[in-house]
Ligand binder design. Sequence first.
Ligand SMILES: [Zn+2]
Ligand SMILES: [Zn+2]
Length: 149
Amino acid sequence: MIGLDVQCPQCRRVMHTTTPLYNPEKTAKGNMVELLPKWKKRGWRTFYGGGGGTTPAAAMQCPHCSGRLAPSGKLRIKPAPVPELTQAQKNQAIIDESFKLEPEPQAQDVQQKIRAQDTIFTCESCGRQIRGIVGFKSHEKACKVANNG
Ligand SMILES: [Zn+2]
Ligand SMILES: [Zn+2]
């Protein structure tokens, strides 16, 4: 696995990325990580002493705080951030939720229409909150025209 952020468990800085040799099942070794380009450019090596790539987990130190990168023998990978939904995606999620299909199609259909009528939508352009999908859709159109003109 390549390009994962390796986080120091002590100072929480990310100064290394994983190399193709990284295997989360195996005990960490020096050649599983590579310094990020900005530190590498300064002429820093991934590990000082300990034979570089073969540095054992116990000797893998954070260049910032000198803490151990893999105190348990395993590297700590920083979880990828969850992307924020745009307002358009949030609105779409509300619409999807309102129109979700469930067993009894007919009775369900009426309920969905009622729910969609009562749902509050937020306009992406002006932030106004509009009740009901019909009103929201027409506002959204008018609002976009107004903002472009
Ligand atoms: Zn550190
Ligand atoms: Zn608007």
